[in-house]
Design a protein. Sequence first.
Length: 208
Amino acid sequence: MDVRAVGVQVLPGAALGGADSDRSLVFLINTWGRATNQSVNEYDIAIDTNGDNVADFTVVGVDLGAVLAGAFNGQFASFTFNAKGDIVNAFFADAPMNGSTIELPALASDLGRFQKPEDPIPGNGPAKRQQLTYAVAAFSIVPGGFVDLTGSASINPFSPAVSSGDFASLGPGASSSFTLSTMTRTARRRRTRCRLHRSAKSRSSRKS
Ligand SMILES: [Ca+2]
């Protein structure tokens, strides 16, 4: 259970039964080694939504039976907990046997992220407050004793820097195409300038 890479896939809200205005998030963890069944491990994704470096939600990949019935049953699930430790939502995880990839679903709305009106500057996208920061702590349950911690990364579910999660159903011989969207360097610079402008503005308003 040595974590190799972590990322997030953003899908339409409907993919996880959410509203069109919501977003389905799939946290993906890849490990260097493989597990016969991922129920021998637990993966905690600490999610900070207000930038104070304290987790406001935790998406936990863990054995379903262990959480709901107090006995392991070999099915891997994704639970979203709030800061009080209450279960907000749960989904079956995708964690193939003998595999090294764990996919943990969660709805953006369950993490307190909702679509907001566009910023007043055209093309600047939704406000930065929609961003969430995540980091992974992986624990070995069997044999136990191993812990792996990652650094953190941030994503805005409503305005990710790179599009992801495109898919299509194809009949025999059919084809389809996708448009890959990335935030351009100009857009990133424009957003940064906007933030700097706002900080300067809030500093000057505090002085007055
Ligand atoms: Ca926080």
